[in-house]
Write a protein that binds this ligand. Sequence first.
Ligand code: NDP
Ligand code: OXD
Length: 308
Amino acid sequence: MALLFYSTSDSASRWKAALATAIPELDVRVWPEIGDAREIRYALVWRPPEGLLASLPNLELVLSLGAGVDHIFADPKLPAVPVARLVDPHMVEAMSEYILLQVMRLHRQDVLYMAQQRRGEWTEHLQPNAGERRVSFLGLGMFGSDAARKLAALGFDVAGWSRTEKHLPGIACFHGADGLDALLARTDVLVCLLPLTPETEGILSAALFARMPRGAAIVNAGRGAHLVEEDLIPALDSGQLSAAVLDVFRTEPLPLTHPFWRHERIVVTPHVAAATNPATASLVVADNIRRARAGEPIRDVVDPARGY
Ligand code: NDP
Ligand code: OXD
């Protein structure tokens, strides 16, 4: 029983150690040392190269090293086997910490005060109460719904948008194309926690910014391709947007020459909102492999037609 591990990060040794504890009987093969490809039944991957998974003739299950699966569906040669995303409650806690931190920074005008500090400027700005700050989520799934609930508990006026209809206590819920306009019209801070699919790519565009009140801010912790990058700086410079916090980018690492690094009202973090921790995530992976071996239902299999 062998598993292929492939990641674009340098996490292989931590994963090997964590899997050795969580499921000692598993034979973990780190790409490119894959041995006999016919022995590989499972693949645990982050952004696998095109055709790698198709080259494994007895592959039964693909496990994502992250909560998102767009990096797997991007492979046009992906074989028709189940794909499971990573659902680790510790990542949900981490994402909510990140979103609360960034919404709080925007709410308390921290980006503005940090810029003032760099200039040595002492200017006080009017501070609204949390209840006067309208925070809206694009995506009310595992991450969006938790962060939305926590912000509502802090007194913010919270809303969210999903594909299908939802009812969440204390959150104004909107859905579908018609619901988006109503959501945007009542937004001071827009948080994107959507999966990347053909429907959501490029959703954060000049056209969407124009549908929000002037001076709204955005937080993108979904995927870099949700943002039309060339639309952001013009929207900030015109005042339509007041600030942007970005954790994800079309090209990662963000190239050093990219103007986002140096814009006073853009905050850049290096895709760290909810990093996968092998110590806890390996338990989730081990559980799914044991299920696969026992012929039991696999947890968190995604719908290839929806793409998330
Ligand atoms: P889920 O699948 O649990 O939730 C996705 C949400 O988006 C659902 O509410 C879904 O609606 C909604 N949605 C999907 N498509 C549309 C659409 N076309 N229109 C409106 N709503 C839509 O995802 P998670 O919350 O687990 O994760 C979201 C994303 O976060 C991941 O896909 C990944 O890209 C990103 N991520 C980023 C990390 C980081 O560190 N920056 C870490 C981990 C993930 P419905 O409920 O109706 O299905
Ligand atoms: C994920 C990510 O999808 O870290 O888990 O982006």
